[in-house]
Design a protein around this ligand. Structure first.
Ligand code: GAL
Length: 817
């Protein structure tokens, strides 16, 4: 009987003929763009020759210039507990994103013939997109972070040029951070047969897993009659491990269960991916084909245990990330996203929260591949306003549609283990808010019964009282460490998630004296201290979260605010100019680790050794003054030496949160020379040592690339860190030399960033000052392979240079127009 079925399946597979395929075309190049608000641009014959040539993804505002007048607001930031309105600058990056932008593009789709249909898809458009094809309106989408698509078949001209025109508009006071501007994510055409898989209509889940066997459930929404669905599951090497064929259909849904024997489970440590290859036949004709990557993994959230992944309790060691990519703005770039994740992985981070909106699809693909758990968020506002022109204007009409698209577009990503329907929404107050929380959660459940829903809550007292917190699958607390226990006791779920934690502020390489804890501390230079003792009035330093995470099984992890600095929200300098980007990052805006990186690494990265000393040791003028030294290490104790003189042994202890996680020598007197630290294990065995020297005057430049081989695809980036060093190669930690960049060969200069939140130098210009001795230069590949050379020069410094190789792109090549 078994043999017969196999034979039959094989016969079915071979008797079907393949003549129908879908084509995906990315609309990448040859776009025209203008900032002029001109409705004539809708017309097909409109003359756009004077418009700028751009490629998409594109962020029209990132080239600036920075200007405090652009986003000046006289407001009280309610989230920051402010009662009185004051002048705020740089809150949204002080970049020119406000206003109207138009994009136009001509294209042909020769393959568009009878019986075909074409979808036009946007992964996001900032914002209030009005889309026109050949002079006719095809649709509108207000939320800048939403994925959306239109069926343009009825407007598309066969065999001739089509004109796509997109109008975008960003209102002032519509965001709490830099939102970017324009078509900042990819735009694609999907050409397929009318008989085909519906867009985002296929859901692959793994409802049963044992050591020997996994059940893979496929539900595919389809259009057409007389259909056969042939599914194959391939392992990571492309070897088929399961197949199935069926014709049964209920309404528009075909469903199959496939068995995978001895499955390799997906986890952050083993991000193993399978691919479902789904073919749709009508009669014996192949009409459509989809490849869907998925992971076999099991998630559960259990009282007093927390998040259980493949039977193992796993704490979220996560970071929140805004969507901007620093010097390149919001325009999505896979190399930039991958670099962030590489840096986070080394820190031991295992999770990302896309605060406070839908993530890019590229980011999710990378998280699947590299092994990050993902908390996919949707909104920063519901029906009640945070900012005058925020999402509340659209909530009632669009929230359900936006959630549906979020879930449908992303639910096959194994990295996503939780949804979030909101962040600190003012609807936490009042009974309507409770109803909205339930309404949104029910939509998530309807679209995806496999994952729970959270809300990042900051009004903890209110949500304990109103029932808002009790409604949620996962109660997420933003800050409010002092209320964790009470919330755990009052809420029914049996666990608490730190959906947003820390909000510690610091500037890379900047240290302030005296060294003492502080809230909302401001200094005349617009920087915050890297002793990691400063936070906001509502937030705290990392150690306080560590205590909760370590002492309570019911605290299921944290998402630190934030992994990287981002444009906008320069708290505690909201009313200081110039200041246009955040201080919250564990890494700065250039992606360079601040000291805090090593504090998290010493705890989160359980495989590698961490031994990090701060501050730097160049304190001319502080000779003999108290200059505390901190060491972040995974080892329990260490001895510090200044010019060979022991400053004593420090051992981690429970006397305070800081003493539990850091080693601190508070009374060290500065003298130039060498500081050295020797770390010990519990038994006093010497485990590691590190030295730092007082640097001499700036002498030359050291260049190091994150990747020396990149892809000649016109998009790939190499991030080159440039350090100003003395003649012996010691970093000059106070150097602020003006540097210039030249790229020769098969690459171009893309941008530079020094991580200084107060800098008004534009990223895209090939010159910038070093900040705390460093900056990062982004070199972009052209689409021709070859050698690239980056040269960096600065007055009085020996030049630095680095070679990068750009190789022909390999792997799947997508069609581009
Ligand atoms: C939170 C908020 C974040 C950010 C952060 C700064 O309350 O959710 O978006 O504003 O504060 O500390």
């Amino acid at each position: 009987m078994m043999k017969q079925t196999i034979l039959l399946t094989i016969c079915v597979l071979f008797s079907l003929t393949a003549n129908g395929q879908r084509t995906v075309i990315t609309l990448h190049k040859n776009w025209k763009f203008t900032r002029i608000d001109n409705n004539e641009a809708i017309k097909m014959d409109y003359d756009d020759t004077a418009w700028e040539h751009v490629s998409v993804p594109h962020d029209w505002a990132i080239t600036g210039p920075f200007d405090k007048e652009l986003d000046k607001q006289v407001v009280a930031i309610v989230q920051n507990n402010e009662k009185v309105a004051t002048e705020k600058t740089g809150r949204t990056g002080a970049l020119p994103y406000i206003g109207v932008g138009w994009y136009r593009k001509q294209f042909r789709v020769p393959q568009f013939t009878e019986g075909k249909k074409v979808l036009l898809t946007f992964d996001g458009a900032m914002s209030e997109a009005q889309v026109y094809l050949n002079g006719k309106k095809v649709g509108y989408r207000p939320y800048g972070y939403s994925y959306f698509y239109f069926d343009i078949s009825e407007h598309l001209l066969k065999g001739q040029d089509n004109t796509l025109a997109v109008r975008l508009e960003n209102h002032k006071k519509s965001s709490r951070w830099y939102p970017g501007a324009g078509l900042y994510r990819k735009v694609q055409l999907i050409l397929k047969d009318e008989v085909s898989f519906r867009h985002w209509g296929t859901f692959v889940t793994t409802p049963f897993i044992s050591g020997e066997q996994a059940k893979v459930n496929i539900k595919a929404e389809v259009d057409g009659s007389d259909l056969t669905l042939v599914s194959e599951i391939m392992d990571a090497n492309g070897k088929r491990v399961s197949q199935h064929s069926s014709q049964q259909i209920f309404g528009h849904t075909m469903e199959q269960n496939l068995e995978v024997l001895n499955p390799t489970l997906w986890s952050p440590e083993t991000p193993y991916l399978y691919t479902a290859k789904l073919k749709l036949y009508q009669g014996n004709q192949l009409k459509d084909e989809q490849l869907i990557r998925f992971g076999i993994r099991q998630i559960a959230y259990e009282p007093d245990k927390g998040f259980v992944l493949n039977s193992e309790v796993t704490k979220f060691k996560g970071v929140c990330l805004h969507h901007d990519l620093g010097p390149i703005g919001a325009a999505i770039n896979t190399a930039a996203l991958r670099r962030q994740l590489v840096i986070l992985k080394d820190m031991g981070c295992n999770a990302v929260r896309s605060s406070h909106n839908m993530p890019s699809l590229e980011q999710l693909e990378l998280c699947d591949e590299m092994g990050f758990l993902f908390l996919a968020e949707s909104f920063d506002e519901w029906a009640k306003a945070k900012v005058e022109n925020g999402y509340h204007r659209f909530f009632n009409e669009w929230a359900e549609k936006d959630v549906v698209n979020l879930v449908r577009a992303t639910r096959n990503h194994p990295s996503i283990v939780m949804w979030s329907s909101g962040n600190e929404v003012p609807d936490q107050y009042g009974s309507l808010g409770v109803k909205r929380a339930k309404w949104l959660q029910d939509i998530f459940h309807r679209e995806d019964p496999t994952r729970p829903v959270t809300v990042g809550m900051d009004q903890v007292k209110a949500v304990m009282k109103s029932g808002f917190g009790a409604v949620l699958d996962i109660p997420g607390l933003n800050y409010r460490t002092h209320l964790y226990k009470e919330a755990y006791d009052k809420f029914p779920q049996g666990f608490i998630l730190g959906s947003e934690t820390a909000s510690t502020v610091s500037s890379r390489g900047v240290y302030k004296f005296p060294v003492e804890p502080g809230k909302m501390v401001q200094y005349p230079d617009g920087q915050s201290s890297s002793y990691d003792l400063e936070a906001c009035s509502w937030s705290n330093v990392p150690d306080e979260d560590f205590v909760l995470q370590d002492d309570h099984d019911w605290v299921i992890g944290e998402f630190v605010w934030t992994g990287f600095d981002y444009l906008g929200e320069p708290t505690p300098y909201d009313n200081y100019w110039p200041s246009r980007s955040s201080y919250f990052g564990i890494c700065d805006l250039a992606g360079l680790p601040k000291d805090r990186y090593y504090l998290y690494r010493s705890r989160w990265n359980t495989k590698d050794e961490t031994l990090h000393i701060l501050p730097h040791w160049n304190w001319k003028g502080r000779e003999g003054e108290t200059t505390p030294v901190f060491v972040y290490t995974n080892h329990p104790s260490a001895e510090l030496f200044v010019n060979g003189k022991s400053q004593g042994v420090q051992t981690k202890n429970d006397s305070s949160p800081q003493n539990r996680y850091r080693l601190m020598w508070m009374d060290v007197k500065y003298e130039p020379g060498t500081i050295k630290v020797i770390a010990f294990d519990e038994q006093g065995n010497q485990m590691a040592q590190k030295e730092m020297h007082t640097a001499g005057v700036p002498h030359h430049l050291v260049l190091s690339a994150d990747r020396k081989v990149i892809s000649a695809d016109g998009k790939d980036l190499s991030y080159v860190t440039v350090s100003v060093v003395d003649k012996d190669g010691n970093l000059c930690p106070n150097a602020s030399n003006h540097l210039s960049f030249k790229v020769k060969g098969a690459g171009t200069y893309r941008a530079a960033c020094n991580g200084d939140a107060t800098s008004l130098q534009m990223f895209h210009l090939p010159t910038m000052k070093a900040f705390s001795g460093k900056l990062v230069v982004l070199v972009q590949a052209t689409d021709k392979p070859g050698n690239i050379k980056l040269e960096v020069s600065g007055k009085g410094l020996k030049k630095g240079a680095i070679s990068i190789v750009s190789e022909s792109a390999t792997g799947a090549v997508t069609m581009e127009l």
